[in-house]
Design a protein around this ligand. Structure first.
Ligand code: CA
Length: 376
């Protein structure tokens, strides 16, 4: 033991220090044992979790269900989360009010569904020309993002944590080629959040629909185009039966962060230990969900193209430049909404510059060079 300490610290602790440490440890041990009793008798926690996703929907639904189960497993069943998919307790887009009011304790959703309550919510899922998965995690966890998110949700009596990510999303499904911004004029497209507002600036009609209602609207012609997520999720939706052209990359959601929202009064009534357990489980779900998307998107893309005859198309520079112009107009309006919206936007722009500077020098050129040199 002493030898081990020596090798760690480079010198043997003096006897005085040793006894002082032993005494302190003894006190700590007594204190810990006296505190141990309430921990053993920790209360059972029951929570209802509503979600914006259809039951068992790949990635989004299954990821949320896996998160609810993991909370129970991590607490040996002491924390019981009853999970309700969209429509099972409330409609998808009523999830926020359900939790803010305290009727349910938790939701799993994308917080940009709540942009009509406050435009800053957009920044906490994905915004046009925004962060990738690794960038947004850097911003939320280590560059002030969570504090702004907390400030935003506090007004509603909720709090949100990262609880998943879809990665870069595809640009969407269209029945005609999009060669310039003119081709977006009059287009009725399912595209939520600030990305939808960009399409609006370019003359399109953005529509927000929960996932479970997109297919029927696309098939009936009630909408002309839609975005959803990426190959793995879009294949499950069977959009290829109703639209032919599959565009990439999406400017609107470069790394969509999924959220676990909690009723704040309920959450803060929990022990620190349970609060930490829930937050840790959220971070776990974030990583596992992203890994699953990355593992499954490639094979799904190959099936869409090879088995279903989907035409892959890349947005050209002209269209992307128009998106950028539309996004600038949307951001001007967002900043005028409120002090919090302006501060959130400023923090986003700062983060994109600073965090993005590293992406520019690391992931982006590395992938380009790897693929070029190996002909991938
Ligand atoms: Ca989407």
């Amino acid at each position: 033991m002493i030898k081990g300490k020596k090798s760690l610290k480079g010198k043997t602790p003096s006897r005085r220090k040793f006894f002082k440490a032993a005494a302190a440890t003894g006190v700590a041990a007594v204190a810990a044992s006296s505190l141990a009793a309430p921990a053993v008798a920790a209360e059972r926690v029951e929570a209802a979790m509503v979600a914006t996703w259809p039951r068992d929907f790949p990635g989004l639904g299954t990821g949320a269900q896996r998160f609810a189960k993991q909370l129970s497993d991590m607490s040996d069943g002491r924390i019981q989360v009853t999970y309700y998919a969209s429509g099972e307790r409330v409609k998808a887009f009523d999830s926020f009010d359900e939790v803010a009011s305290g009727n349910s304790q938790m939701y799993h959703a994308a917080d940009y569904y709540w942009v009509k309550k406050h435009p800053a919510f957009g920044y906490f899922t994905a915004v046009p020309f925004g962060f990738t998965y690794s960038e947004i995690n850097a911003w939320i966890h280590h560059a002030g993002g969570q504090a702004l998110w907390d400030e935003l949700t506090d007004d509603f009596g909720t709090q949100s944590f990262i609880c998943g990510n879809t990665g870069v999303q595809m640009g969407g499904w269209f029945n005609k080629k999009i060669r310039s911004a003119n081709d977006l004029k009059g287009l009725k497209m399912r595209i939520p959040g600030l990305g939808g507002q960009v399409i609006g600036k370019l003359g399109g009609s953005p529509i927000s629909l929960p996932g479970g209602q997109i297919y029927e609207n696309l098939v009936s012609g009630a909408i002309d185009a839609t975005e959803w997520v990426g190959p793995w999720n879009d294949e499950a939706m069977k959009f290829h039966e109703a639209a032919k052209y599959y565009y990439y990359p999406g400017m609107h959601e470069p790394g969509s962060m999924l959220a676990c929202g909690v009723n704040k009064s309920w959450f803060t009534s929990l022990t620190k230990s349970d609060q930490t357990l829930i937050k840790t489980c959220c971070a776990w779900a974030d990583e596992i969900t992203m890994a699953e998307y990355n593992a499954k998107n490639g094979a799904a893309l190959a099936r869409l193209v090879n088995d279903h005859g989907v035409k892959l198309e890349k947005f050209n520079d002209k269209v992307y430049d128009a998106f950028a112009k539309g996004a600038a107009e949307v951001y001007d309006e967002v900043q005028q909404h409120s002090d919090l919206a302006a501060r959130t936007h400023a923090a986003f722009v700062k983060g994109r510059k600073e965090i993005g500077a590293w992406t520019n020098l690391s992931d982006s050129p590395y992938i380009q060079q790897r693929n070029r040199a190996l002909g991938l």
